[in-house]
Ligand binder design. Sequence first.
Ligand SMILES: NC(=O)c1ccc[n+]([C@@H]2O[C@H](COP(=O)([O-])OP(=O)(O)OC[C@H]3O[C@@H](n4cnc5c(N)ncnc54)[C@H](OP(=O)(O)O)[C@@H]3O)[C@@H](O)[C@H]2O)c1
Length: 411
Amino acid sequence: MHATARGSRAAAKPPAGPPRHVPSKGRPHCACPPPRRSGPPDPARRVGRRALVTGASGFVGRALCAALHARGDQVRAVMRRPAAGPWDEQWNLDLGTADLPAGLLRDVDVVWHLAARSRPSVGGSAAAREPRQPELAEARAAADLVATRALLDAVAAGAWLQRASPGAPALVLASSVKAVGLPARGPADERTATPPDTRHGRAKRAAEELVLAAAERHGLHACAVRPAPVYGPGCGGGLRRMLRAVDQGRFPAVPEVGNRRSLVGLDDLVAALLLVAERPEAAGRTYVVCDGEAYSTRRVQLAMASALGRTPPARTVPPWALRALARSGDLAGWLAGRPAPFDSAALRQLLGSAWYSAARITAELGWRPRQDLEGALPAMVAAYREEARGSGGLEERGRNRGGGRPRRAER
Ligand SMILES: NC(=O)c1ccc[n+]([C@@H]2O[C@H](COP(=O)([O-])OP(=O)(O)OC[C@H]3O[C@@H](n4cnc5c(N)ncnc54)[C@H](OP(=O)(O)O)[C@@H]3O)[C@@H](O)[C@H]2O)c1
């Protein structure tokens, strides 16, 4: 396994030369022996499976690789920048620009395609809703699609599909609940026909279509998993921003309006990603993955405050006041020709619903979530604090400045 990996056009610009293999310790070299594992063999391990995980160094990819590694699979990791992690070999290449090396899929049984740079536009501020550089967001979404196409070309071109190992080769795409828009009522699921309403969602939907079409064409076991926003130690995105805002006393004291937002725990998502690759019924299917809870913004805020050891604001801003503020923001935005920091769109982000159902994966594959946000928050807070310490206490300084009191509802 060790001498075949090649780095190609790594973001960190690796030196040209012989094939590059970066073992899990992170120092590039080649012709090195595979990493040894100590201790007696675990009979429960299914030794011999080889996985390719794109986006391995990301929040989800790292957890998936750890689970694969722990059960004895050989993990080939793909990411742009070199990183140490729970994998046996890593290939540093940009899937969005590279001609994929011929050996990338060699001996691989299952591909988990997680690599993506496109982000959903979430958050309560106009800046977060509309990326500062829309052309960059567009370019990222386009590059993600190019990456998926490149991977599928490699699948079609190679001998991979002819592999005779037990269990067909499988390809699992990490899509997103954003691949569909929200229905007028009730939770969205795989039958929801509302088209995606963000560029991120449209790119995910297009990637799904490419993967599932390729699966049909080649008789490949392929499946698209649509996670809700994922919580867990080290998570990013809107949850991370909210945790920080609650910690720093900058999150508005939102009222309980009974809005419903779906989320999923990292470990549950990893279990779903593993399951769909194994189960024949999952071939050609799309699965929403969320934890079954319907979180209101107020519930998340209180849970975060409690896990952070902060006193939640006693009084909440009444909905009518938020609506009035949002309307003034609409007017200010109209006059200025660009969105105000808090307007009706921001209010929808703050108190709107994004509710999904994972009934299909539960009914068809027996997947059941074991986590909820409240249970996961202590570990998330510990990771957040650890990270804050690592970044020189910036988070802590910001936290103390806020003094626990919400400042203004526009934050
Ligand atoms: N996290 C969530 O809440 C969530 C929710 C729904 C769906 N998803 C989906 O789940 C997947 C994983 O999400 P995540 O949160 O783990 O993302 P993440 O933390 O941002 O990690 C992204 C990973 O993809 C790699 N990558 C990006 N573009 C690449 C390219 N062109 N070529 C090679 N590698 C590339 C990155 O490597 P470098 O850093 O080296 O570029 C990194 O390893 C994504 O497809 C995402 O859309 C995530």
